[in-house]
Write a protein that binds this ligand. Structure first.
Ligand code: HAM
Length: 436
């Protein structure tokens, strides 16, 4: 048993994993850049108030899942800053809204389109696909209320999944949850219906029933699911404007041939949503246990943060789940590897010269491997072989004095003595030959 291991619910990504993640990152970046989303990064921790009200004080995330960040204080302090409480971000949308207002993005030409990729933290019970530190990528569009924008956002994420090669394997669960006009009626109707079966609900739902009865609809508890089976459907309770908005979103998705499932129980675990809400899941995950991503409209959130009323919509995908799903589906995540070049040097003078030589090699598309502790040609050739080097640059005492270098092709064993001044040129040619 090792003395230290990565904390529960977290994991290390080794170089071989990072290569796969970088393939996913690059594919996502290509798509979002095609649609002119600008990348944003926010701090990993924020004042807890950035999340509490926007996400909802009664949600699992705020009630149970946030990690607090504190200075390890040995001396109590009463400075104002220390009185604020900070938490690791459990999601990006609220911090992005904070940043949108803090940096005056409201005065940019609308819509403002942003994307992100980075670590998020939730104190969840770790299991397959559920981590305490996980990476999210996401998209947010500010300043457009049109249902076409909802469909546009879904189109962008659909293209991401198409690039990743899984668009045929996934489905979008979609619903509308109304807006500030119809929400009071939705809440009251659901509350009155569920109130009759209050005793059958789980403790969390009993507690939440009076505050947000919609949350009972997607509770995973079996007894709660049974109770809500015949509950009124939100879409039927929404106002004509919300119904019309939803109908138009669905018409667009039909036009685009994007498969969706109307899911009248989908309310999402964050309180800031209005109108369209959706989740992306593997089509065969009929239990809806491991969504690859989720999102929706949040037309009131900018105002909750103190800004002008600004319609907005967004989506976030779980990178860990997505990468694991791609691997489960045997989808290759290969990066084009650059040929490896091994720098072999023996003797003090050669060692000195070798670093100077490397410093002068301009970007010619190689990846250098080198060991400065291995003495002698054979040991270093063996190392080059183990590392899969395609070419070796060999400098001994003689070459160092003559300003020359031996370039050895490890595939066919051929060698060439090259003057240092010509090295870049020769390597370019040889690398081209190898990668042909
Ligand atoms: P969310 O549904 O809470 O939405 O999270 C989005 C995705 O993050 C999930 O679908 C899942 O793939 C991944 N995820 C969540 N929790 C975990 C976990 N413990 N371990 C691994 N992956 C996880 C949001 O966060 C919203 N901010 C999305 C959004 C953006 N809405 C509007 N804009």
């Amino acid at each position: 048993m090792l003395k230290f291991q990565a904390p529960r619910g977290t994991r290390d990504l080794l170089p071989v994993d990072q290569l796969k993640w970088s393939v996913v990152f690059n594919k996502i970046r290509t798509v979002v850049e095609n649609f002119s989303f600008g990348q944003i990064e926010t701090p990993i921790y924020e004042n807890q108030n950035v999340f509490t009200k926007p996400i909802g004080a009664q949600t699992d995330i705020v009630e149970k899942e946030m990690f607090e960040v504190r200075r390890m204080a040995t001396h109590p302090t009463d400075s104002d800053e220390e009185k604020d409480r900070y938490v690791l971000r459990p999601e990006y949308t609220a911090p992005v809204v904070r940043a949108y207002l803090e940096h005056g993005l409201a005065s940019w030409p609308q819509p403002v389109k942003l994307w992100y990729w980075g670590p998020t933290f939730r104190y969840d019970r770790p299991q397959k696909g559920r981590f305490r530190q996980f990476t999210q990528f996401g998209l947010e569009i500010f300043g457009e209320a049109s249902p076409t924008t909802d469909a546009f956002l879904i189109l962008v994420l659909w293209q991401i999944y198409a690039q990743l090669g899984i668009d045929r394997l996934i489905t979008i669960d979609i619903n509308t949850i109304g807006d500030s006009v119809c929400r009071p009626k939705i809440r009251k109707t659901l509350h009155d219906y569920l109130q009759k079966s209050r005793a059958e609900l789980c403790a969390d739902c009993r507690r939440r029933l009076d505050i947000n009865p919609m949350r009972v609809l997607d509770c995973k508890n079996e007894a709660c699911q049974k109770t809500v089976r015949y509950a009124p459907e939100i879409v039927d309770l929404t106002c004509p404007a919300c119904k019309n908005h939803f109908r138009q979103v669905l018409e667009h998705l039909d036009d685009l041939n994007i498969p969706y499932d109307l899911n009248p129980r989908l309310v999402r675990g964050l309180d800031y949503y209005t109108k369209t809400t959706f989740e992306v899941r593997p089509t065969d995950d009929t239990n809806r246990q491991s969504s690859l991503g989720g999102g929706g409209r949040y037309d009131d959130l900018v105002q909750i943060f103190g800004g002008q009323s600004t319609p907005a919509i967004g989506f976030a995908g779980g990178v860990d789940r997505t990468v694991d799903y791609l691997l489960d589906q045997n989808i290759q995540l290969k990066v084009e590897e650059r040929p490896k070049l091994c720098l072999i040097q023996f003797g003090q003078l050669a060692r000195r010269k070798s670093l100077t030589v490397v410093s002068k090699l301009s970007d010619i598309g190689y990846s250098l491997v080198v060991s400065f502790d291995k003495e002698g040609l054979n040991a270093q050739l063996k190392y080059a072989d183990k590392m899969g080097a395609a070419l070796c640059l060999i400098i001994g005492q003689k070459e160092a004095l003559a300003e020359e270098i031996i370039v050895r092709n490890m595939i066919d064993g051929s060698q060439e003595i090259v003057s240092v001044s010509k090295l870049t040129e020769v390597l370019k040619r040889k690398i081209k030959e190898i990668t042909k």
